[in-house]
Design a protein around this ligand. Structure first.
Ligand SMILES: Nc1ncnc2c1ncn2[C@@H]1O[C@H](COP(=O)(O)OP(=O)(O)O)[C@@H](O)[C@H]1O
Ligand SMILES: [Mg+2]
Length: 281
């Protein structure tokens, strides 16, 4: 067991993101509660990638959403860039939103089907009133180009005219456009063809290096029953590290350790990190 409490975490000032004792409960029925996440603590230093690995239903997505306060957690602290997000009022929280972005498992349904792709990617700039219209066009075109989407096609076409992998590239561009510090990637390749998965992981690594972002990378473990489902266990090739504990958590199993060591020789032995399904707790 990875241990409870936060004594093992690194000094708070060093972390871009630090989560202390995160608890998320959902209401179910009239009196019932679902304990989706109980007592998770983790930290991520600037430039790191935290791999968060666990079976379906163990609370990975809930952890990711609670970090961005959508919805707010039941209890615990989420300190991002020196500010406890759980203590912010709605307006202060809104102002932090550009810094924290999410990418989801199903890229096609993450994109508005009625809008042209270039407009979808430009939308955050419009909402946040960043730059003049002409500058925005250029920023969007450059970013689309850097994620491997032809800006001229994107100006004309809507999401359904692109493949799943291309739509994930578009989602990545949209997540990057406001120059975030942290991106939470929730199983970003799980729904994609095996042949495309590596391309998207490579793209995330390239973008991370190019734009100096920090990643929380959520994945399902490979092996066992998950082996049938392509892409379940993919984590990026780069550093997979970070620390996470809680009463529900166990250290990553041997196969996960082995994979981390193979994927990145300098990865610390304690990452990627594994959430455990309630049934196994
Ligand atoms: N909005 C919700 N309302 C009630 N229960 C939920 C909700 N979202 C998730 N859950 C439950 O919380 C648990 C964790 O879910 P989730 O975070 O989606 O897991 P994972 O992403 O690891 O598959 C599951 O038991 C799930 O059924
Ligand atoms: Mg999930």
């Amino acid at each position: 067991m990875a241990g409870t409490g936060t004594a093992h975490l690194r000094p708070e000032g060093e972390a871009l993101l630090r989560v202390d004792d995160l608890v998320v409960e959902y209401r179910s029925g009239r009196k019932g509660k679902v304990h989706a996440v109980s007592g998770v603590s983790l930290d991520v230093l600037p430039g790191e990638t935290l791999g968060l690995v666990g079976e379906s239903g163990c609370g990975k997505s809930t952890t990711g959403k609670a970090i961005v306060q959508m919805p707010r957690p039941t209890s615990g602290r989420v300190v991002f860039d020196g500010t406890d997000l759980t203590s912010l009022d709605a307006e202060a929280l809104r102002r932090t939103r550009p810094q924290l972005q999410m990418i989801f498992q199903d890229p096609i349904s993450s994109l508005n089907p009625r809008r042209r792709v270039a407009d979808i990617v430009a939308e955050p700039l419009t909402i946040w009133n960043r730059g003049a219209a002409e500058d925005r066009k250029k920023v969007v075109a450059d970013l689309l180009d850097s994620v491997g989407i032809d800006p001229e096609l994107a100006a004309e076409k809507r999401p359904h005219e692109f493949s799943g992998g291309q739509c994930q590239r578009i989602c990545i561009a949209r997540a990057l456009i406001l120059d975030p510090k942290l991106i939470i990637c929730d199983e970003p390749v799980s729904s994609l063809d095996v042949s495309v998965q590596a391309q998207i992981l490579n793209l995330l690594e390239d973008m991370k290096a190019r734009y100096g972002i920090t990643l929380v990378f959520i994945a399902r473990p490979r092996g066992g029953e998950e082996r049938e489902r392509p892409g379940g266990g993919h984590v990026p090739r780069q550093a997979v590290r970070g620390r996470l504990t809680g009463p529900d958590l166990r250290p990553a199993g041997p196969s996960v350790h082995g994979r981390a060591a193979r994927l990145h020789p300098r990865a610390r032995p304690d990452g990627p990190l594994r959430l455990q399904h309630p049934a196994q707790r």
